[in-house]
Design a protein around this ligand. Structure first.
Ligand code: ZN
Length: 296
């Protein structure tokens, strides 16, 4: 909706989500980690400008995912005995089917991440096609009907919230407004998807990937570990959840993978942080919700 002046802005949006209800984590756990990866591959670069397709070194940043990054991350997850969620763009699945099939073969969850990695914008006529082509590709190529959706470039709008519900998605992981799961309320007052909120703290892109289109300083392991541990420690004290937003073209690089392995081992050392997929956390939330407050 266009606002022709700041005076037209309502004080509170009608779609504001309610506070997250209290409920226990399962298995006596004190907190949760939603371990998730965003497999953008080349669409990380073409999503914002299709002309980059012909800039072959730029594209090769994304190509690292299929050639090396995903394979090394899958090896690491196998070694640690962890199951994760991989949000994949439809284009990446079409272009790199063996990479996507390897993720499925290892038993990880596949989530929807758009088709061309277009940032959802209100009123964009490509919004529906971006969702439907992504769904079609995951079904046709991988036999997967995804339960979860993560918005490319982390943006959303009311049309998208309604569309995802209509298409049968169960949870979203894009918003930044809580440290616990909650359910969206759509503008018409009806319930929307479960939200598994994200914090930028665990977006590896911020610390470990620099390019002329995305210039950032690279941070050393000790620096990033310090940030990641502090966020986890305090979130655990709060009984909340942390959500990782890890990109194989960043965290699949040798130094970054070493950092991630150390952090995941640190998290496992707690023994009371539930490290799992989005579908598991969303299902637990829905069961608690159906049971009223408390455990299902
Ligand atoms: Zn992405």
């Amino acid at each position: 909706m266009p606002y022709d002046s700041h005076d037209a802005l309502p004080l509170l949006p009608a779609n504001r989500a309610p506070l997250a209800p209290e409920f226990p984590w399962p298995g006596g756990n004190r907190a949760a980690m939603f371990l998730s990866f965003d497999v953008d591959a080349e669409t990380a670069w073409t999503g914002k400008d299709p002309n980059r397709y012909d800039e072959l070194v730029c594209m090769s940043y994304g190509g690292f995912e299929a050639r090396v990054g995903v394979r090394k991350l899958l090896e690491m997850l196998r070694d640690l005995g962890l199951r994760a969620t991989f949000f994949i763009t439809g284009w990446s699945v079409e272009a790199n089917p063996a990479m996507a099939e390897a993720i499925v073969r290892d038993g990880h969850e596949i989530g929807h991440h758009g088709f061309h990695h277009l940032m959802p914008q209100p009123g964009d006529p490509r919004l529906i096609e971006e969702v439907d082509r992504g769904l079609d590709t995951l079904k046709r190529r991988l036999g997967v009907t995804p339960k979860g959706y993560r918005a490319p470039s982390g943006e959303s709008c009311e049309e998208l919230r309604v569309l995802l519900k209509q298409r049968g998605l169960l949870y979203s992981s894009s918003w930044r407004d809580d440290v616990r799961p909650y359910r969206h309320l759509l503008a018409d007052g009806s319930p929307g998807l479960v939200e598994l909120p994200v914090t930028m703290t665990y977006d590896d892109w911020l610390y470990g990937l620099s390019h002329r289109y995305s210039p950032r300083p690279m941070m050393p392991k000790e620096h990033v570990l310090s940030i990641w541990k502090d966020e986890l420690d305090e979130t655990r004290d709060w009984g909340g959840m942390v959500t990782t937003v890890l990109h194989p073209q960043c965290s699949g690089r040798p130094m970054r993978l070493r950092l991630l392995r150390e952090f995941l081992r640190y998290t496992q050392g707690y023994r009371d942080v539930w490290i799992t997929t989005g579908e598991d956390i969303a299902a637990h939330f829905a069961a608690c919700e159906a049971a009223g407050s408390g455990a299902p």
